[in-house]
Write a protein of this length. Sequence first.
Length: 255
Amino acid sequence: MPSKGGCDSTTPMYALLVGNNYASVPSITLHGCWSDCDKIAQTLCRHQHVARDHVRLLRDATQSQFQGAVRDFVALARSLPGPGTFFFHYSGHGTQTPTSDSRETDGLDEDIVMLDDRKKTYALVSDDWLHDNLVAPFAALAPRVRLVMFFDCCHSGTVCDLDASVARPEANVFCWSACQDAQVATETQPTGGVFTDSLCRTLLAAPLDEQTMTVDAAKELVERQLRPYNQLLNVVANGPATKVRVCDMVVPKKQ
C-alpha cells in the first residue's frame, strides 16, 4: 500500500482509544470492543510512528472519565509548540435520541454510549458534545494540528456534526464512521468490530504518511471489506477531503 512520494513526516503522533464492553451491565454487554482498542493500539504503534507512551486507552469508560480524557487530549494538542497528529478511536454502542435541533434533518441526535459513574447503567455523550468539545477545539488549531477519528459503532455517520461552523479551507479534522446514521455496525467473534478489523488490515497496515492514494480511494479500500455486512462507510472532514492524499490527511504542511 505505501508508495514513494509520501509526506515522510517526523510529526509527533498521539492517540486516545476508547473501548466499551459494558461488562458491568449485562443487558448491553458487548464482547469485542476492548480487543478493538488493543488491535488499534498495536497497529498505530507498529505502523504509524505512535510511541507507546503517547497512547491512552480507556476500557469501559464512564461518562465523566471519557469527557475528562477528551479535555486532556485537547489540552495536549494546544500545548504542542509545533505540529502534531492525533488519532481518536471509539468502539462501543452508538444510538440515536430525538432532538429539536434544526440542524438534525432526521430529528435525531447521534450519541455514543458510556457508563454512568457507578457503572450500573449507561450514560450518553451526544454528537453536540463531541462537536463542541472535540471537533471544534481541534478545528481551531488548523493547520498546525491534525485530528483523525474512527467510530466503530451503530448510527455513527454524522456522530461528530462536522458542519460549517468548523469548516476550514484545508481540512484538519477527519472522521471515519463505520456506517451511516440509519445503519448498525457489526461485531463478530473472534474478530470484534468488522470496521476496526478492516482498518487494521487495510488503511492502517502501512504508514499513513507514506500513502499517496486519495482519501476517496482509501475509503473504497476499507468499504470493500464491509460490503458483506451491509455497512456503508462514511468519511467526512471540515474541508475539501475526497481528493486529499492520505499522507496529507495525517501530516500538517510545513508553515
